[in-house]
Ligand binder design. Structure first.
Ligand code: ADP
Ligand code: MG
Length: 235
C-alpha cells in the first residue's frame, strides 16, 4: 500500500542519515582511543583504572554507533550466556553521571541467576536506552529497576515518577526520529525495540501524563542445560 511505501521510504531516509552521522563520529572516537592507549603506558593504580573505564565506555560508544550505522540493516548477532544482574550493574555504572546530572534517586534490585542467551552488548544497549529515558524523564525524582523471574520469562521493570506520556505519545514510541527532547535523536527506542524483538522478547509501556512511566521488558530465559550424559553419548 501507499502507506507502507511511505513508511519504508522514511526508514531508508532515516537509515541514510544515521549512517552519515555515524561515519562522522567514528573517526574522532578512533583518535580518542589512540590517545588513551598512549596515556595508559606507564600508568598504575587508580589512573590506570580510569583509563580502562574510559576505554570500556568508548567501546560502548563505538558499539552504539555501529548500531546506528546498521539500524536499517540488521546484522547477525553474537549468542552467549548473559547474566541480567551483570548487565544491570554495568548499566548502573555507566549511567551514574546521568543520574547525578538529573538528580535522580536510582534504585536497582535483581534476583540472582537470571540467565538469558543473547548478545550481551546488545542487551545492554537495549536496556540502557530505556533506562536512560526513565532517568531523563524523572529529573529530581525516582527510578526503580527490578530484575525478576515471572512464569516463563525473565522480566525487567523500569519505573519512573517523571513527566509521563499521553496515549498519543505512547503510540509514537519506537518511531525513528520521534523525540520530544532538545538534543534527542529519537533513535534510542527504535534500536531497543529491534534488539528485544531479535531475541524474542516483548515490551510494554504504561504511562500517565505528569505521573510517570512503567516499562516492562520480558525476555526468554536461557534454555535449561542438557544433561551431561546426553552430551557424552553424542561424543
Ligand atoms: P530520545 O530519547 O532521543 O528522544 P527515544 O527513542 O529514546 O529518543 O525516546 C523517544 C521519546 O519517547 C522521548 O523523546 C520521550 O518523549 C518519550 N519517552 C521515552 N521514554 C519515556 C519515559 N520514561 N518518560 C517520558 N517520556 C518518555
Ligand atoms: Mg532516549
Amino acid at each position: 500500500s501507499q502507506e507502507q511505501m511511505l513508511a519504508s521510504e522514511k526508514m531508508s531516509a532515516a537509515g541514510q542519515l544515521a549512517s552519515a552521522f555515524a561515519h562522522e563520529l567514528r573517526s574522532p572516537l578512533t583518535v580518542v582511543r589512540g590517545y588513551l592507549q598512549l596515556a595508559l603506558r606507564g600508568l598504575e593504580g587508580e589512573d590506570k583504572r580510569f583509563i580502562h573505564l574510559s576505554m570500556s565506555e568508548l567501546n560502548h560508544a563505538e558499539y552504539v554507533i555501529h548500531d546506528f550505522l546498521n539500524f536499517a540493516r540488521p546484522q547477525v548477532e553474537k549468542v552467549e550466556d548473559v547474566l541480567i544482574c551483570d548487565v544491570l550493574a554495568q548499566i548502573q555504572e555507566s549511567m551514574s553521571p546521568l543520574v547525578v546530572l538529573h538528580e535522580v534517586d536510582l534504585n536497582m534490585e535483581c534476583e540472582e541467576n537470571l540467565w538469558i542467551r543473547a548478545d550481551q552488548l546488545k542487551v545492554r544497549q537495549a536496556l540502557s536506552r530505556i533506562i536512560e529515558n526513565a532517568i531523563e524523564a524523572a529529573g529530581g525524582g525516582q527510578v526503580r529497576i527490578k530484575g525478576y523471574r515471572e512464569s516463563e520469562y525473565i522480566c525487567l521493570s523500569i519505573c519512573d515518577n517523571g513527566k509521563g506520556m499521553s496515549k498519543k505519545e505512547l503510540e509514537k514510541l519506537g518511531t525513528p526520529f520521534y523525540s520530544t527532547k532538545w538534543k534527542g535523536t529519537g533513535l534510542g527506542l527504535t534500536v531497543s525495540f529491534r534488539i528485544i524483538q531479535a531475541i524474542f522478547g516483548h515490551w510494554s509501556y504504561m504511562s500517565k501524563k505528569g505521573k510517570g512511566t512503567k516499562t516492562i521488558v520480558r525476555l526468554p530465559p536461557r534454555p535449561a542445560a542438557e544433561a551431561p550424559c546426553a552430551e557424552s553419548s553424542i561424543l
